[in-house]
Design a protein. Sequence first.
Length: 492
Amino acid sequence: MEILAKDTSFLEWSGDGLAIGLFEDDVELTGDLASLDEKFAGSIKELIAEEEFKAKPGSSIATRVGSGSSVRKVLLVGLGKKEALKLDTLRRAAAAAARLAKKQKSKTLGISLPVWNNDAALTAQVLTEGVHLALYQDNRFKSEPEDKGPQVEQVDLLGLGGQEAAITRANQISSGVILARQLVAAPANSVTPITMAETAAAIASEHGLQLEVLEREDCEKLGMGAFLGVAQASDLPPKFVHLTYKPEGTPKRKLAIVGKGLTFDSGGLNIKGAGSGIETMKIDMGGAAATLGAAKAIGQLKPDVEVHFISAVTENMISGHAVHPGDILTASNGKTIEVNNTDAEGRLTLADALVFTEKLGVDAIVDLATLTGACVVALGDDIAGLFSPDDALVSQLEKAAEIAGEKIWRLPMEDKYFEGLKSGIADFKNTGPRAGGSITAALFLKQFVKETPWAHLDIAGPVWADKENGYNGPGATGFGVRTLVNWVLSSS
Ligand code: BES
Ligand code: MN
Ligand code: ZN
């Protein structure tokens, strides 16, 4: 599928499906919209009246316009109230147009939507993202594709002539989001620590990044007892993956992105019981998937920033080799951890990943992890928890997420709650009381970052969308990639 920037107005465009964005304030059709309706012999007005179309955000309808016309179908996409227009409303509107065009078997689609904030480049970018992300269909595990009918082949962004660079940027970002979706959606017998390292190698060779993969023995030498403890019951070798993007000149900043990479989380000997969602725990590498997705995008966007992409990848399994609940592990910074719950494994793998990352001497670290069910209880399925002691980094990430259309919400790092992790025998335990579980998880991670500005995103909720929602779902969302990319670009 190709997305093109066109100067053509919707009055002149010809093709299969013409999608028009409509504000609630404008369903009466005036000006150019009235001319368009006239051109199609009043069929737009009829459609609005028949379907009682109110132009609510996310709503969309289609009708055939008379045969012999230069356009086969008109698609109307609701934009809500004019003064409430948000950037993401446009991304969602483009997604709705693309989904409806596919349903209506339109091979060519023209999209006419308002420009956001006089910023044609950003508008073209988000429309392109919306189209790619809505049309992406995962047929890898079907013996026959589910969508065999005609596909949308060409999308013209009307009135956005000259925005080719923005479209290219969005193509690159979307390729990263889609990679993350593919990694998260693939089951644990398909995406393993070995294939995650292979995916990193493919990114490195396609986009010119450096790759270092630490094997079990390398991790042993570095004293990564927490990560290796989690890995010790798996039949698969752990892989500590470190990709580096280096710009050509002197980098403006050095950043690091760290992702939790559990290709499956059984819970370990504190095995996940019935109703725990154990059958969905292939998603537990969503942080690593976002990290690799961001690497793929950054490798193409080539900003003036050095970026390290790190993930300690393994499975959390059971066997005679498994960590016993109560075992004490020593992390690579020398801290001893009483593992009072083997299902709190993500923070153990991240502990060693964060210690390794800080030694790289970067200016800031962001980690992403499907870390706690407690965060889902707090914020629901759509919003990630943001934890950080650093206000400046928080505001950078909030801005990046806003433009990305990804919802994040800061939660407190209440130091007092660290008392819940007190251990009678080791430096601390890996889990505290049930209450405030996502906060104690973040406080645990904080023990492994000494002085580098650091933020933690708990993405256990938004990594997956049960239902279709705008350009997301049903299924893996690729959450985090766009926020990370925007964050890196804002530092360049
Ligand atoms: N991977 C899970 C968290 C999770 C839960 C991700 C639901 C996605 C959806 C994590 O490793 C885990 O098991 N956390 C435990 C922590 C508890 C033992 C303190 C949890 O949230 O129950
Ligand atoms: Mn777990
Ligand atoms: Zn987990």
